[in-house]
Structures are given as structure tokens and as C-alpha cells.
Design a protein. Structure first.
Length: 345
């Protein structure tokens, strides 16, 4: 060993960690020998400490989570290292029972709600619990991305668009979650809500017609075919090769049968049908003087009332509302940033 230099492997192996000589050897035995780097060892030591705290119920985060989400009702899966938490209903059998998932970031100043669903209690109650928890943990802000929807009859109805058109703000807006451009968005949306609904919907349907006809599906099909062919040539597993071969054949047939004129006729037929159903008011009442706000207040109240009913027109109404809101969203007149923030108070 050269004094002042690095220790050789032979010297390190010669150290008797049962009787280390001097401070350096003691430190080597404590942090270095067989334990990787001292940095890695410190990390492992921290993790062991956190695990011991959890086992003893001493981790401050988990204690506060359990105070708000009763263990007799909820299952709490907490990761102290990543500072993430998934909270399920007590009798859950998988992710279907997930009530809320959140993570703590930005030097423990921001809580991100990654998932929120109706579970045991209403979404409002769960969101209020999250606000209380964020306050208890000393968070500065709550962040989330609004993907809220009504799911029924095999379709998703965008809850944010529906409520903005009906009431002027989304459900999360009402709960205190705002985007950075909230005032500007509300001003734009308020002008739309005052418009005549017949004129507005007709414009949206025509814009959707033009959008769909401008698409070039053949380009997408050919790119997909190129990718499948490349994967087929590289794949060595015979079963996977066979499946890829079948997919390639189906796509080639689709390309061969594709007729742009026929596709445009289908687009016209579908959108004309939506326009006719809207004009006739067979699903949701319509009249010439009705505003956008009036029409979607009616849509919202009917969908809400039918959520747990067996009405024969229920699924037709949900499917129509889903299509109509998608068409409106595609035109882009409604302004709404889904990235929302709430100051913790």
C-alpha cells in the first residue's frame, strides 16, 4: 500500500473487521467492505430506518394518512421511498377497487393526485379528504389532470366538457382546482354558452366533416404495415411470427379494399344522422331559440337522472351525448386546460 493512495484489493481483503485498526479501517468495515459504495450503503441504511418506522407505525406520513383514511374501510399501500400511495376499498380484488392514488414531489411541497374514482364515498368526499391530508402533510399545492367522465352503456361522456357547456365550469373547477389561464378560458366559454345551439352544433358537425375528410388513413396503414413487416422479419418465435403474418395479411387486404369515396360517404352518413337526431330533438329537447347553455343543462340533468335507471332510451342518449361532445371538442372552441392546481388552505 502506498501512503495517501488508494488501498489495493489485497490490502482490503487482509483487514480483520472483527478487530479493525484505526479509524480508516473501522470506516471501511462499516461502509465499504462487501457493501458497495458508502453512498449506496447510506441509502440502504435510510431505507431500513424507514421500514422499521413503518413496522412500528412511526412514519409520520403513514400515521396522518391513516388518520384520514380509516384502515377499517380502506387498504393503504404506501411506498415511503418513492413517496407514493395507493388507497383501495377494503374488499378490493385489484385496480378496480382503487379509490385514489397520489404522490408527493417537488421537495415535499406539491401533492399530485394521479387517480381519483368513486369509491366507498363520493368523489367530492374523497377530494375533501385529499385536501385535508395535503394540509396535514404541509403541502403547498395539489395538482391533477382532469380526465373525468361519466361511464355508462359502454361509452365515456366527457364530464368536463358537459359541465362547462351547462354551468360554465368543470366539476374540479367547482372544487377549487383552476388552470393558470382560468379567467381567460371562462370568458371564451361564456361567449359560446350564450350562442344559439342550432347554429353552434351545425358549425361543429361541419368542422368535423372537413376534419375527417382531410385525414389520410392510407398513410397510417402503410406505416403500420412497414412496422409489422419489420417486426416479422426480426421475430424468431414461430407463434409470434404467425400472428404477425395474419395481421399483415389483414392490413394488406384493408389497403387493397380502401376506397376514399366510399369512406367519405360513410362520414357523411354518420354525421348527417347525428345532425338529424339533434334537429329532431328525439333524445334531448331542442327549439330554435335555445342557447348552448340551455341545451346542455337539459342534457346534463337527464344523464344524471338516468345514471341508475332502466329507461329504454338511456343508452341511446349516452351514446349520442358522447359523440356530440367529442365533435365539439374536436373543433376546439371550448377552452379548458386539464392541468389544474389548488392552493392548500
Amino acid at each position: 500500500m502506498i501512503k495517501g493512495g488508494k488501498w489495493s484489493k489485497k490490502y482490503k481483503k487482509s483487514i480483520n473487521c472483527r478487530r479493525p485498526k484505526g479509524f480508516s479501517q473501522r470506516q471501511h468495515c462499516k461502509y465499504g467492505r462487501g457493501k458497495g459504495t458508502s453512498k449506496g450503503n447510506r441509502r440502504r441504511k435510510i431505507n431500513r430506518t424507514l421500514k422499521q418506522k413503518l413496522q412500528k407505525g412511526g412514519n409520520p406520513d403513514i400515521i396522518k394518512i391513516k388518520e384520514i383514511f380509516d384502515e377499517e374501510i380502506y387498504d393503504i399501500v404506501y411506498n415511503p421511498k418513492k413517496e407514493t400511495c395507493d388507497i383501495y376499498n377494503k374488499n378490493h380484488t385489484g385496480y378496480d377497487g382503487l379509490c385514489v392514488a397520489f404522490s408527493i414531489r417537488e421537495s415535499r411541497t406539491i401533492m399530485y393526485i394521479d387517480t381519483l374514482s368513486k369509491c366507498i364515498v363520493s368523489g367530492t368526499d374523497t377530494l375533501n379528504k385529499m385536501n385535508s391530508l395535503a394540509k396535514e402533510l404541509g403541502m403547498r399545492e395539489l395538482h391533477l389532470a382532469d380526465g373525468s367522465s361519466i361511464n355508462d352503456c359502454g361509452v365515456n361522456v366527457s364530464l368536463s366538457k358537459l359541465l362547462i357547456l351547462a354551468t360554465g365550469e368543470s366539476w374540479y373547477n367547482k372544487m377549487g382546482y383552476k388552470s393558470e389561464n382560468d379567467d381567460i378560458e371562462k370568458e371564451v366559454n361564456e361567449e359560446i354558452r350564450k350562442r344559439n345551439v342550432n347554429q353552434f352544433i351545425t358549425e361543429c358537425i361541419e368542422a368535423e366533416r372537413q376534419r375527417l375528410k382531410k385525414r389520410k388513413p392510407l398513410i397510417r396503414y402503410e406505416r403500420t404495415l412497414s412496422g409489422l413487416t419489420e417486426n416479422y422479419e426480426k421475430e424468431e418465435n414461430s407463434e409470434k411470427r404467425e400472428r404477425l403474418h395474419q395481421d399483415i395479411d389483414k392490413l394488406r387486404q384493408r389497403i387493397a379494399e380502401y376506397n376514399e369515396e366510399e369512406e367519405h360517404d360513410k362520414i357523411d352518413a354518420e354525421l348527417n344522422n347525428i345532425q338529424d337526431v339533434f334537429n329532431e330533438g328525439t333524445l334531448f329537447t331542442i327549439n330554435e331559440s335555445m342557447t348552448v347553455q340551455d341545451y346542455f343543462q337539459n342534457v346534463n340533468s337527464q344523464l344524471k337522472a338516468m345514471a341508475s335507471s332502466d329507461d329504454s332510451t338511456k343508452c341511446d342518449k349516452f351514446r349520442f351525448a358522447s359523440k356530440l361532445l367529442n365533435i365539439i371538442g374536436n373543433k376546439g372552441d371550448i377552452k379548458y386546460s386539464i392541468d389544474l392546481i389548488k392552493k392548500v388552505t
